[in-house]
Design a protein around this ligand. Structure first.
Ligand code: ADP
Ligand code: MG
Length: 252
């Protein structure tokens, strides 16, 4: 039986500005499963990033419960939440956010050292992971500004994976990349998923969405569609594409 990795109950998030409350997430009951590659889609402003931040403990919800691998995140104070997040959540962002004054390798190490790993072991794992995503030794001492966007994002993925998170989260990971770089990044993420990693990705890009096995559609803070797409398989991509297009047309 598939194990639940994250479960929310009546998850709500509101923002107030100028005395006006904006209800962005509305009573969401969501269950995500271990080993799944879940995609969250929805139009701009529908609350996708807000949902991702809540699921990953980056931001506390206004109301509700988030059970993450048996821990209720809502009960943690900010310090406890930060520790939990560093240990169990990996993040990839559209803007990547590597530290420009540190080398590629140091960017990865810095993230690993935050959770008190053994340095020698960490260096070995960092190099292995960099090689796995196609970042070779001649790039390890480069600075982020010397990398292409796609290379930088692959380093971003390594940094997110270095602490072996329970879930890898990504918000529009290919949003700033051209299609060749984007495909390479998606191949890396797909490979990571094939090795058993649970993944949650927010995207509005069809090619990215096609890599997932389940699509949740968010409209105005409510999940209004849940499509089982089945595991990614390049040779069946035309059928998967049809199925996704049909689903998105229904979502409107
Ligand atoms: P999406 O990622 O689907 O485009 P977001 O989750 O970023 O949408 O935003 C959903 C809504 O919540 C938007 O109207 C946005 O302005 C609002 N919002 C998001 N974050 C904040 C914040 N920190 N403060 C105030 N409003 C916010
Ligand atoms: Mg967003």
């Amino acid at each position: 039986m598939t194990k639940t990795i994250i479960e929310t109950e009546k998850l709500c998030k509101s923002f107030s500005s100028g005395g006006i409350q904006q209800h962005v997430l509305k009573n969401l009951d969501i269950r995500l499963f271990e080993g799944d590659f879940t995609i969250i889609m929805g139009s701009s402003g529908s609350g996708k990033s807000t949902l991702l931040y809540a699921l990953s403990g980056m931001d506390q919800p206004t109301l509700g419960r988030i059970d993450f691998a048996g821990k209720n995140l809502v009960k943690l104070n900010n310090d406890q939440l930060a520790v939990f997040r560093r240990k169990h959540c990996g993040f990839v962002f559209q803007q990547i956010y590597l530290l420009d004054n540190m080398s590629v390798l140091d960017n990865v190490l810095a993230s690993g050292l935050l959770v008190n790993k053994n340095k020698r072991e960490l260096v070995k794992e960092s190099k292995e992971l960099l090689l796995q995503v196609g970042i070779h030794e001649n790039s390890w001492s480069k600075f982020p500004t010397q990398l292409s966007g796609g290379e930088a994002q692959r380093v971003g993925i390594v940094r997110a994976l270095i602490n072996r998170p329970k879930v890898l989260f990504a918000d529009e990971p290919t949003g700033a990349l051209n299609s060749a770089a984007s495909k390479r990044v998606l191949d890396v993420i797909t490979n990571v998923h094939d090795n058993g990693q649970s993944i949650v990705v927010v995207t509005h890009d069809i090619q990215t969405a096609l890599r997932g096995n389940r699509i949740l559609y968010l409209r105005d803070g409510v999940i209004c569609g849940d499509l089982q797409l089945g595991a990614y398989c390049e040779s069946e991509n035309d059928e998967r594409h049809e199925k996704l297009k049909h689903f998105l047309a229904e979502m409107g």
